[in-house]
Design a protein around this ligand. Structure first.
Ligand SMILES: Cc1cc2nc3c(=O)[nH]c(=O)nc-3n(C[C@H](O)[C@H](O)[C@H](O)COP(=O)(O)OP(=O)(O)OC[C@H]3O[C@@H](n4cnc5c(N)ncnc54)[C@H](O)[C@@H]3O)c2cc1C
Length: 398
């Protein structure tokens, strides 16, 4: 099949590799003239790593990533541990794939290098999809320069503000979550109080922070999420580069590893967080949606990219087997992904509430209960993540 993919983000690049591996003729249409990765670090959990390993990327990723010792939740103010789930070799033994923390640029470079090697000429930069036309037996992506690209199938992997999405469902704006995320990379050598080498969520009223090391431990990836009022679309100061002094003051009175990290940050990117309720349909005719174009979620389970990666594999599998029409195969893809991604969205939204609990008695009661449960039954706390990390879509596919 000739497959056109709109978007060369994590989802589009993974889909291109998954489709090439199954012998399809692929073209990736990316709006940007050059692939410059924004946004610091990304966590790759075992469920995402199963797919990336099946595509032969594990050695390249492992070489540049860092393996967190544990996945912790801590009080933001005191730094006390609420619970800690062993990661490192323990999580790999439990789920058959590692948990990695990696620079987005390193992930992107592993995906792009593999694509260049396996499908030279597949990636077209400066190719913005502006409209989608469905014809008899084919679909056509109209590009901004007036050219049209015809294919048997078009995949919309063009992110939160997807153009392809409006060929599948009625266009609606994404939902502002009421939160902004700050992101910074801080050289580890500058930290007077480095946090433990774990992936840590530090929780506090109306805000939380996430820290983990990337680039073999040389850099600390910092994400700070704060509740923000107003409609971001109407604010002009939502430029990608934020005011680092506002970030510092948001976390200045937190535990030393957090306060120290923001004090050492030279600059920070800042942008509002959006999501969407699950769409009524994921596919229409010969068009299918994938990743953030379909089901953007807040990053509070660190699973948005992982869901795009899983989607990519399942889509490649669904369209490559069976004898049904393309439409039927795309519906198979949708039905295999719908429940899991909707559950992930609910879980991410629930975590926003858990991380930001405000009234002191409620915070104390909830976090103490979690802490006691983790002390009495650590295996139970770890097993509560199994539905996320224990899923291997490559097993159910072949
Ligand atoms: C603060 C934060 C932290 C996060 N942390 C994690 C994490 O730790 N782990 C995790 O799994 N996920 C994480 N996520 C989520 C993750 O970043 C996204 O879910 C993921 O990037 C989605 O990938 P995608 O390929 O669907 O879309 P995108 O990455 O948005 O890629 C879309 C691509 O399409 C291109 N494009 C857009 N429009 C067009 C067009 N009209 N024509 C052609 N090309 C187009 C864009 O230029 C872009 O290259 C985080 C998100 C945030 C905000």
């Amino acid at each position: 099949m000739r497959v056109a993919i709109a978007g060369a983000g994590i989802g589009g690049l993974t889909a291109a590799l998954a489709l090439l591996a199954r012998g399809h003729d692929v073209i990736v249409l990316e709006r940007a003239g050059a692939l410059a990765e924004v946004g610091a670090g990304v966590q790759l959990s075992p469920n995402a790593m199963h797919v990336l390993a099946a595509l032969g990327l594990a050695p390249a990723l492992d070489a540049s990533a860092t393996r967190p010792l544990s996945l912790d939740m801590r009080w933001g103010g005191s730094g006390r541990v609420i619970f800690s789930i062993p990661a490192g070799t323990a999580i790999e033994q439990r789920h058959g794939a590692p948990y990695l923390n990696i620079l987005r640029a390193d992930l992107q470079s592993a995906l792009v290098s593999a694509l260049m090697e396996r499908g030279p000429g597949v990636l077209r930069l400066g190719a913005e999809v502006t409209a989608v036309l469905s014809g008899e037996g084919l679909v056509r992506a109209e590009l901004a320069d007036g050219e049209g690209v015809e294919a048997d199938l078009l995949i919309g992997a063009d992110g939160l503000h997807s153009r392809v999405r409006s060929a599948v469902v009625a266009p609606t704006p994404p939902r502002f979550t009421g939160m902004t995320a700050w992101r910074a990379l801080i050289p580890a050598a500058r930290l007077a109080h480095p946090p433990p080498r774990s992936a840590i969520v530090w929780v506090g009223p109306g805000r939380h922070a996430v820290t983990y090391f990337v680039a073999g431990g040389a850099l600390l990836n910092f994400v700070g999420v704060v509740e923000a009022r107003g409609d971001p679309a109407q604010r002009e100061d939502w430029a990608a580069q934020g005011d680092v002094s506002a970030l510092r003051s948001a976390f200045a009175d937190w535990a030393p590893p957090v306060a120290d990290a923001v004090a050492a940050a030279d600059s920070a990117a800042c942008w509002p967080l959006f999501d969407r309720d699950p769409p009524g349909r994921w596919t229409k005719g010969r068009v299918a949606l994938l990743g953030d174009a379909c089901h953007p979620m807040p990053p509070f389970l660190a699973q948005g990219g992982a869901m795009a990666i899983e989607d990519a594999w399942v889509l490649g599998d669904a369209i490559s087997r069976g004898t049904g029409s393309i439409e039927t195969r795309l519906q198979d893809y949708e039905s295999r992904r719908r429940i899991r991604t909707a559950r992930m969205l609910r879980g991410a939204r629930r975590n926003a509430r858990l991380f930001h609990l405000s009234p002191p008695p409620v915070r104390w009661a909830v976090y103490t209960a979690l802490s006691v449960a983790a002390g009495l039954a650590p295996a139970f706390i770890a097993s509560r993540q199994d539905w996320i990390y224990g899923c291997d879509v490559t097993l159910s596919a072949d």
